[in-house]
Design a protein around this ligand. Sequence first.
Ligand code: C5P
Length: 433
Amino acid sequence: MTTLSATRLAGRRILLGISAGIAAYKSAQLARLLKQAGCEVRVVMTEGAQAFITPLTLQALTGEPVRTSLLDPEAEAGMGHIELARWAETILIAPATADLMARLAQGMADDLLTTLCLASDAERLMAPAMNQAMWRHPATRRNAARLLHDGWRLLGPDSGDQACGDVGPGRMLEPEAIMAELIRPSAEAAHGQAAPAQDAPTQDAPAQGLHIVITAGPTREPLDPVRYLSNHSSGKMGFALAAAAAELGARVSLISGPVSLPTPEGVARIDVETALQMHEASRRLVGGCDIFVGCAAVADYRAEALAEHKIKKVEGEDALTLRLVKNPDIIADIANERDAAGGRPFVVGFAAETRDLEAYARDKLSRKRLDMIVANDVSSAGLGFGADDNAALLLWRDGEGEGGESLPPQPKTQLARAVIERALGCLSVRPVH
Ligand code: C5P
């Protein structure tokens, strides 16, 4: 389930263009998210796109007929293509293939989608999706530059495993990330005019072009249909980190356990309940991510078997035995698993301790193969769990060796910025793993 701070999108008239990439199946989820955010959505598909996903699927999700052809007398008798071009406030193409990019860069109008783009002065965004060699090809680089010059915003692409078996840049951004880009204020988005491959960090936006994935909040491990195991994590620190990372210009994916906090502006939020769901979401998003921050208080154990019905009190028995099994260690898994290209994100973990803070933190840093650890003494009143303030000991390892810094008690929002800035600093001198 995904929620977004999407008030900026409510009522927006969005023309969703879908071209012929394998990522087209994700456009169904994107259409759903747009509808959930209150947008009016009309879908236009290229001929090739229909080989990957049917117009009927998109029609069912949007409640509107899907347009596929320029020369369709019946459709033109309803809303003609020029009317449709005027109707759109935003044109969002996802996925945008190399072929479509080439045609749009040339100003061609040889099908309905390209014609609409030429006939409209709406805001334009596209999420490219193609094989990594096609994305790297000088012709596509030229077309991308041309499109940026013509006022298109290019969202992504992501790096990672590709459907064809290659690894590299060219994966379509996940629908949640596209939504986050869509709600970024246009002034902020202006920084992101270039595709990530060309993004350059600036003083105001040192995280520009980076993808930061953050886990936050508790996990909830069900015992039976009405009971669960959990902890007191409020999610405040993880949400503050997400807000700070977005303010510093990063694209942020926030994987959150059950908390009652609003989603920070410009952040893509993925809601999960259990440690297994958080693990799955983390693994899905980690490809092509630059910094992974594990701030969630993940339950170490879950019930071995989920009772189908409510567990009953047994008369005459004073004790009940629950058998628990270990959950995966999400952050250790991310830190240990190098992707096929031999790289992995800069991994930041948290350690909440009540004694021997530094010794336990050092042990966790090396045992889990982290790059940085943020250690909190949770025994101090008014700090840590649920509080608005926190103090921390930061320990890290980067290209210049080991480092450490003690951050005094301060609001979590301020501390979050210091943590992200330190991680960015380490990333800039990080050796290849
Ligand atoms: O081992 P401990 O739980 O103290 O380690 C804390 C760090 O490990 C935090 O960064 C937390 O998010 C992460 N963690 C995890 N998966 C677990 C347990 C902890 O990612 N199952």
